[in-house]
Design a protein around this ligand. Sequence first.
Ligand code: UGA
Length: 430
Amino acid sequence: MYNIAIIGTGYVGLVTGACFAELGNRVICVDNDSEKIKKLKSFIMPIYEPGLEELIKRNVNKHRLCFTTSIKKAIKESLVIFIAVGTPPKEDGDADLTAIENVSKTIALNMDTYKLIVGKSTVPVETGKWIEHTIKINIKKTLSFDVASNPEFLREGTAINDFLNPDRVVIGVSSKKSKDLLLDLYKPIKSPKIVTDIRSAELIKHASNSFLAIKVSYINAISKICELSGADVLKVAQGMGLDKRIGRTFLDAGLGFGGFCLPKDLDAFIKISEKLGYNFELLKSVRRINDDQVLSFIKKIKSSVWNIKSKRIGMLGLSFKPNTDDLRFAPSLKIIEKLREEGAKIKVFDPQSMQKAKGILKDVCFAKDSYDAAKGCDCLLIITEWNEFKELDFVKLKKIMRYPLIIDGRNLYDKDKLTKLGFTYLGIGR
Ligand code: UGA
């Protein structure tokens, strides 16, 4: 059992805190957003993540997990301190690391015994070096400490399972003491553990997320060739994916990768590479291909409905992927912006993110369910591949739509089946 502080209660911090508590540790989660902490104390989740509320409730009730705004208290009472604050993108794509610097300084000023400070947030390589430097110049000289990097690979929507059953645990350290401590902390997790230096651990995270982005952009580029040549990207992905060296995952062509991780980490990786003296052209192309997916989707809509002005467009899905209410860098937002610019009348439905969307989207109607979104529309767009969209009653749908046109940004449906039912159906790359 370890006393752990988690600084930052975003996706990564909250899931990490709850899961370490579940493994039997005593965890204090800290955030300077007092409203958020107040809500968490009353079990009101700031995000929708399957299973998280139950996990938090159970561990708070067993007195293994608590929430506070007092970073000082959390530092004093913990041996291991995880930094999980945000590293948002700056205008130029570079990661903004000021929150990491501020937290490092606060840790230095408030620690009174040995602490192990672990970077959990996704950061550019060499951030660990700066955390160590910041602590060194602010700490009382007699105290010792270690810095480590332990990047998180959880995905939104499956975060708890990803934390407790990861493909690997990456531990970047510079001393035996910190290595032993982290290996012991992760002992209950039966996945391969890889111990590296701190820089390599930091790089593993950026390199992994960018590789996933490459895979998605690659299949999206292939989808273009499929459309031009009359091939079917689903068949191509299936055939490629059976090669074990390639694998089928992350070969779903669609509207491009969104969310708060892949796009921002890709940009930050391009930036840090530039700073280190390498022009990462490959990743720049990956970015361009991704941006183009939304633009060519808009073109597809235009070429199917002719003038967009005053057309009624139904949209199924807003979140950047299913099983989350996260709208950050969701393709839906760009699509809505473009369609609104052209004067479309939009009605949307999403199973989880409507509440968040109401706060940021103007000039769109919010439907009460999928059929309400489709009613009277000239065209129905599939934006997010939620399970409930897979099982629609197409006979009913055809009756209530003004024109039976489905443009499927996630290749959710069987083209032949829908064509037989009388729909005009357009997917991606098929
Ligand atoms: C991603 C990584 O998968 C995690 O390992 C990592 O921990 C996380 O970022 C992070 O850095 O915190 P996440 O952003 O939750 O996780 O979502 P993914 O499941 O990776 O999907 C990313 C995007 O790629 C989504 O927009 C999804 O729709 C898109 N995607 C994914 C495709 O377009 N095609 C695919 O075949 C797979």
